[in-house]
Design a protein around this ligand. Structure first.
Ligand code: KG4
Ligand code: ZN
Length: 344
């Protein structure tokens, strides 16, 4: 089954052709990063407009690279939630038009399910069940993946996502957008023990996260140093922040794995590109005899190949949508119900 997949939930316009959920025939990503840098973050209106400008060319290039025409396809998969609503609508409406014109089934895909599915491309032998840590700019979830379309959220952030915490802290340290990426780079040689940051916990909810207090602690550290006329070491403070975030993410994931009996762990989402987090997860899994999967670096951030991978399994489960499909800014990963379910 060959699917054209479209992703436009944030600041990348992406299209890909994926066969049977595992084989990427083409993958094209038009990044808007340069347009948002001057604002220090994604400006939703600019994102929507740039998606509109880019989408036709990106889809055309994905089809050309795959060497296919629309009649060779078996369906159109599209990210329909969660994300910036104006940005999502560009992809959803384009996919609807294409599905209608080419007479193809339309398959809505939940963005975070797509991030998890990036691992099916990285390792074509990987199959559920496993426990996933999904960490992106907007979400931090521990999810039991019982089957390809059967999810149970075990832990989530009560406030900021891990990526958001790192992006905003990086901004306070004077690093340009996208903060998490630059923080990873500049803190590579930093000494994490140079700064003591709090390890926020959520009372009574062992698998939940809270990162907003950590962000505040970083901002206070910078302000206090400024008031005393002292310099802040960005590499050291960055390293301390990432190690603290990793303590929380890895600690809760391992506790959930123990409690729910998972010996297979999967990392997913933009933050899974972080080098310290990858090292820490690898070490924790090795120490406890668990097997770890991490997405290939080029599949960690937003892309359409992962949407095509998950789209295949949604189609196998009969999860299609009609032309009334809408986009949703928020939607739980365990209830990604966009429309009709039909046997195929
Ligand atoms: O999944 P993603 O590309 O977009 C969303 O769905 O949100 O994740 C973006 C997030 C941003 O917060 C970005 O700073 C973070 O992932 N990120 C990183 C790294 N690469 C991307 N954070 C830390 N270290 C990285 N290497
Ligand atoms: Zn994402």
């Amino acid at each position: 089954m060959k699917l054209l997949a479209i992703e436009s939930s944030c600041d990348e316009t992406a299209a890909a052709v994926v066969e049977d959920g595992r084989r990427v025939l083409s993958s094209v990503i038009a990044s808007q990063v340069q347009a948002h840098i001057v604002y220090g973050g994604v400006v939703p209106e600019i994102a929507s407009r740039m998606h509109t400008e880019a989408i036709s060319g990106v889809v055309r290039e994905a089809m050309q690279q795959a060497g296919l025409t629309f009649t060779d396809l078996d369906g159109v998969a599209v990210t329909a939630a969660p994300g910036l609503i104006g940005a999502l609508l560009v992809g959803v409406n384009y996919a609807k038009g294409l599905a209608y014109a080419a007479g193809l089934p339309l398959i809505p895909v939940h963005h975070l399910r797509g991030h998890i599915a990036a691992n099916y491309i990285t390792d074509p032998a990987l199959a559920p069940p496993f426990l996933a840590l999904v960490v992106s700019g907007g979400h931090s979830h521990i999810v039991a993946v019982r089957d390809y379309t059967d999810f149970q959220v075990i832990g989530r952030t009560q406030d900021d996502a891990a990526g958001e915490c790192m992006d905003k802290s990086a901004r306070a340290m004077g690093l340009p957008y996208p903060g998490g990426v630059n923080l990873d780079r500049v803190s590579a040689e930093g000494d994490p023990s140079a700064y003591a940051l709090p390890h926020p916990r959520v009372d009574g909810r062992a698998y939940d996260f809270s990162f907003s207090g950590l962000k505040t602690a970083v901002i206070n550290t910078i302000h206090n140093a400024k008031q005393k006329g002292e310099a802040v070491s960005v590499p050291d403070l960055g390293a301390a922040l990432i190690e603290t975030v990793a303590d929380c993410l890895v600690g809760n994931t391992m506790a959930a794995a123990e409690a729910f009996g998972f010996d297979r762990i999967v990392l997913a989402g933009g933050v899974s590109a972080n080098s310290r987090l990858r090292r820490r997860m690898t070490a924790a899994c090795e120490a406890t005899g668990r097997r770890l999967w991490m997405p290939r670096l080029d599949l960690c951030g937003d892309n359409a190949a992962m949407i095509g991978a998950q789209g295949y399994y949604e189609a196998q489960s009969g999860h299609f949508a009609g032309l009334e499909l809408n986009a949703f800014a928020t939607m739980p990963i365990d209830a990604a119900e966009f429309g009709e379910t039909r046997s195929n």
